[in-house]
Design a protein around this ligand. Sequence first.
Ligand code: FES
Ligand code: FES
Length: 156
Amino acid sequence: MKVSVTVNGSAIEAEIWPLLRLSGFLRNALGLVGLKEGCCEGECGACTVLLDRKPVNSCLMLAFQAQGREILTIEGLGKADLSGLQQAFLDTGAVQCGYCTPGMILAAEGLLLANPCPDEAEIRQGLAGNICRCTGFATIVQAVASEAAARQGMGR
Ligand code: FES
Ligand code: FES
């Protein structure tokens, strides 16, 4: 079957196996390997992408379910330079092994699109579906708060 989607701003049409997961389509067919797969059952959030500006676990969707929709992966977030959120993760030391980071950043981006001024509890709630085994989360929360403040013109 065929699927037509927009990925990181580009229109894509591809022939797919009907049971291909969205995560496999993005990683294997399109080569967007910034997307990570951890559990493949909706528990870890490593495979998070934005679908029409909302975070989803791409391992839980079939590629054809994204028909006609807009997908953002980490490759589309900071194309020439790092995005503000990516820079904030670096600045606060919110990246260690980095495996969770693409999904975490996209979950955070989705949170900030829906709620530009989240408090700490809302940040933690917004990232509750994303597991990090390394950082202890404090620096991640700090990074998201810092980027939210920067977007409100309050500096870092
Ligand atoms: S790989 Fe999708 S939630 Fe873990
Ligand atoms: S930085 Fe290693 S899992 Fe998050």
